[in-house]
Design a protein around this ligand. Structure first.
Ligand SMILES: C[S@@+](CC[C@H](N)C(=O)[O-])C[C@H]1O[C@@H](n2cnc3c(N)ncnc32)[C@H](O)[C@@H]1O
Length: 440
């Protein structure tokens, strides 16, 4: 049995233990659980499976612009406050003398909280835990052989995610080296909490949290113990039921925490929806590459999309033209962060930094910093016409590279769920690059 399989089996087992046989049982139970905690489903939201997005929410009534989308008592969210007031979780940390301060990310801490409660038979969060998907479709979970067909830009991000999770796991294993579980007396690491479980929880937290104002939350937990352990702000919270809302690039919502007791987390929609139409929120103005890496999906025709280029792409173009770049120019580009924000936009053309970097490396003859500065920080409009062909070739090379990746993935007889999503993403990129070339 594979490791991913074991993580999924464990989640299924928890579902069976909770007495919920199907998705609808799970959500009826979630409704009852939130109802007992004071939630009223004011906007009559209901869970459905939609063809375009999978599981999501719709309302059984029409929603108008500025209507309340959802309002949930804040104590139903899993935030810093929840961790602080959880005696079992606190006891575990108190069993370690001098737990290192400012070392944990809050996302990591929440991920640990999830697996901690997933293991406990009597967890107060058991109902919520059963609503978290068994697996995620981020490229992180691609099979090894699929990784050969992922673009470098995506691979680099997966490597960074892997390093972060592994370092976090090692830190927990080290600090809790002799800790045993109160409920079953087994050693916590690695017997109960394996690395694969933490990976699953990391992506659960990554894709399902809402933003909460850290100042508000910190104000509720004076002398917080966990605040001393984390190196970033506690600005995330897991949000039962709210985390069933899918993302749309055209959704627009406003969130707030009410200022009087009982504190509530509220979302208002800026646009209207007819009854049973899927309702969305907006995770941010994100391009498809970001949606893919962080959330495991992409949006066809995403209106916030752009296509990023790297300095290595320009180097390939230079090689194909037998141009040798002077190291002063590369240094200048890196020192001034011109290698950041190098992208093409389907309708707006190449970004300023891409135009400048191409011009400096392929056209400009001088290598003196004062001349390079004049070029870099002047208007790039004039240069763009001089490197029009270079831009086209750069995009053409990318297109060929992505077509090769696509062909490689298509040649597999079977793919992981993540591999399927990457395949669709590559097609979307190819279509984006082709449209750019048509317009440019
Ligand atoms: C906050 S959850 C939303 C609910 C989720 N669909 C579920 O079944 O639990 C975020 C995840 O939903 C999926 N998702 C969100 N928006 C999507 C969209 N527009 N298209 C496809 N999948 C989407 C992605 O898997 C993402 O990681």
């Amino acid at each position: 049995m594979g490791r991913t399989h074991r993580v999924r089996s464990r989640i299924r087992k928890r579902r069976a233990e909770s007495g919920a046989d199907s998705d609808s049982d799970i959500f009826n139970e979630l409704h009852r659980y939130l109802g007992r905690a004071g939630w009223r489903n004011e906007s009559r939201l209901s869970v459905r499976t939609f063809q375009s997005t999978g599981r999501g929410l719709c309302s059984k009534q029409n929603l108008h612009p500025n209507d309340l989308l959802i309002r949930v008592p804040f104590h139903c969210l899993i935030s810093l406050k929840t961790l602080e007031h959880d005696p079992d979780f606190n006891a575990l940390f108190n069993s370690v003398e001098n737990f290192p301060q400012k070392e944990l990310s809050f996302q990591g801490l929440l991920a640990f909280y999830v697996i901690f409660h997933q293991h406990r038979a009597q967890s107060q969060h058991q109902t919520y835990m059963t609503t978290i998907p068994e697996f995620f479709t981020n490229p992180f979970f691609c099979a090894k052989q699929e990784l050969h067909f992922l673009p470098d830009a995506i691979l680099e991000k997966i490597v960074a995610q892997n390093q972060e999770i592994k370092a976090f796991y090692e830190l927990l294993s080290k600090e809790f080296t002799s800790a045993v579980c109160e409920c079953c007396s087994s050693p916590l690491f690695p017997n109960i909490f394996g690395l694969d479980q933490l990976k699953w929880a990391y992506f659960a937290v990554n894709s399902r949290c809402v933003y909460v104002d850290p100042k508000v939350v910190v104000g509720w937990v004076p002398n917080s113990y966990f605040l001393r352990l984390i190196k970033d702000e506690p600005k995330l919270a897991l949000a039962p039921f709210i985390d069933l809302l899918n993302h749309s690039d055209s959704a627009n919502t406003i969130s707030q925490i009410t200022s009087n007791e009982p504190f509530q987390y509220e979302l208002y929609t800026q646009r209207g929806y007819s009854r049973y139409e899927q309702v969305f929120i907006n995770y941010g103005e994100l391009p498809n590459s970001k949606l893919l890496v962080e959330y495991g999906f992409y949006i066809p025709g995403n209106k916030h999309d752009f296509f990023e280029m790297a300095l290595t792409d320009i180097e390939l173009l230079m090689k194909s033209r037998n141009v040798v770049g002077h190291r002063n120019k590369f240094k200048f580009i890196r020192d001034h962060n011109l290698d950041q924000q190098m992208f093409i936009h389907r309708d707006e053309g190449p970004s300023h930094n891409l135009v400048v970097a191409l011009y400096l490396l392929l056209v400009e003859e001088s290598v003196f910093p004062n001349v390079l500065s004049q070029v870099a920080f002047g208007s790039s409009e004039h240069f763009e016409s001089l490197i029009h062909d270079e831009i086209r070739t750069l995009v053409q090379l990318k297109l060929e590279e992505y077509e090769k990746f696509l062909k490689g993935l298509e040649d597999f007889t079977s793919r992981t769920e993540s591999g399927e999503v990457v395949l669709g993403y590559l097609k979307e990129c190819i279509s984006y690059l082709s449209k750019f070339l048509c317009n440019y």
